[in-house]
Design a protein around this ligand. Structure first.
Ligand code: SF4
Length: 169
């Protein structure tokens, strides 16, 4: 027991310190909240579709939900069904296996729906391009309203992209 306590005392705290708060993210988030109030009422539901990504884009997308970024405070929340969604956020080049599923997800989303292609792969197919296994860009399969570039886009870039598409509505 003393051995464990001594070891903990000697090792100290290994948790990384939080970086300073990014005020630009809060500003963009607040602007999003105003646009969401104008368009949807109090909140906007997002359905995420991984159409064949390497998961890099998903990791950034998950990050926006963590306690640090916490985008639910701006009225943006993720849902499990396209039938409950206002916005589809699609990542990856569209693999041939996901082509029909993505089209069905798009058809199941109620109008007026917004579609954002997130990441370079979703924008143009990235290094995977179009092949026997890949349809390439998301716009090759369903209509896309906006593209957020980056490999992967950061949480701030993601929020900025969402803000731009909301403003254009
Ligand atoms: S854009 Fe980059 S991080 Fe996103 S799916 Fe493509 S390779 Fe992965």
């Amino acid at each position: 027991m003393f051995h464990v306590l001594f070891k903990s005392f000697k090792t100290g705290c290994l948790t990384e310190k939080l970086p300073p708060r990014d005020e630009s993210l809060d500003q963009v988030g607040e602007a999003c909240r105003e646009e969401i109030a104008r368009l949807f009422g109090k909140s906007m539901a997002v359905r995420m579709v991984d159409a064949g990504s390497c998961n890099g884009c998903e990791l950034e997308m998950h990050a926006v939900n963590n306690g640090f970024y916490d985008i639910e405070r701006f009225g943006i929340h993720f849902v499990a069904s396209p039938r409950h969604a206002d916005l589809l956020l699609v990542t990856g080049p569209v693999s041939r296996h996901m082509q029909a599923a993505l089209k069905r997800t798009y058809d199941a989303t109620p109008s007026p729906k917004v579609v954002i292609a997130m990441g370079d792969c979703a924008a143009c197919g990235g290094e995977f391009g179009v092949s026997y296994a890949s349809c390439g860009a998301v716009s090759n399969v369903i209509p896309v309203d906006a593209v957020i570039r980056g490999c992967p886009p950061t949480p701030l870039q993601l929020l900025q992209g969402i803000l731009e598409v909301l403003k254009a509505r």
